[in-house]
Design a protein around this ligand. Sequence first.
Ligand code: NAI
Length: 327
Amino acid sequence: SKAPVRVAVTGAAGQIGYALLFRIASGEMLGKDQPVILQLLEIPDEKAQNALKGVIMELEDCAFPLLAGIEAHSNPEEAFKDTDYALLVGARPRGPGMERADLLAANAAIFTVQGKALNKVASRNVKVLVVGNPANTNAYIAMKSAPDLPAKNFTAMLRLDHNRAASQIAAKTGTAVGDIRKLTVWGNHSPTMYADYRFATINGASVKDTINDQVWNADTFLPTVGKRGAAIIAARGLSSAASAANAAIDHMRDWALGSNGEWVTMGVPSNGEYGIPAGIVFGFPVTTENGEYKIVEGLEIDAFSQERINITLAELQGEADGVKHLL
Ligand code: NAI
């Protein structure tokens, strides 16, 4: 049987952590033949560490055959030791009266420390997924703080936006979500993201031609996907957690095990594709194979799409400028 791999998860006692860890341990992320060691990080705060102990007790009580070890940590340099996968979920949420600059600074503090710790102790092939918001910019900060690791190993989660878009399209067209191909979401994980179904197909038929309604695209579809997180908070009184954990599983599974030629959306550092400045962590269509992702190139960007891409890029460049002095 396979040797265990190490999976670090931060914010492990939080809402997303609670929806995520059990699925990683059951083999849904890395395969039903891959044993895992969970290296869990929470803040040193006693309440958080106690909550983490409780989650670990429950993980033990699941008696998962693939769970080869569980560790609880409060120090990133211990949590990330030799880790093969790192899911950075814990982040500083926006508090009452907190300005955007304060939010960026608080998260820059977390993600510089964690990037440096990964740089120092993680596997040289570590695959990093940043879930904690602002996810793209936090991934950018961690990447910039880890100069000895390949930049391409730092990614941000756009998969929830991708899955939300797929679900809206399936509902609109009365088709099964699993039959949708070649969908993507460009840009920032924020309401400015641009979910793009121009290339998408359902059982081979063009989604754009099937829907044939640009007003619905601009005035209903994009705002619905963009504001879905806020709609869930309004309805549930809590932010999306199970669907976020599910998207994290999808992202890591496809990256590790391959997408079988299908497009998926990942936030990855640009190499200049589609005019996105190098280094900016941007949602792109990718295919994955043998543990590597590849940005789908050569897609035509029409005027409407270019305008949307420019908006979400400007937001990301603003965030990068906002943390520049902290890196
Ligand atoms: P939560 O507040 O329930 O849990 C966050 C946990 O992280 C807490 O237990 C906290 O103690 C811990 N934490 C904070 N700073 C930490 C640090 N420096 N090191 C280790 N642990 C730390 O929040 P929830 O609902 O689990 O969400 C987590 C993050 O994911 C939030 O930033 C949220 O905005 C983001 N998110 C991102 C999505 C995406 O699509 N990219 C979707 C949904 C949520």
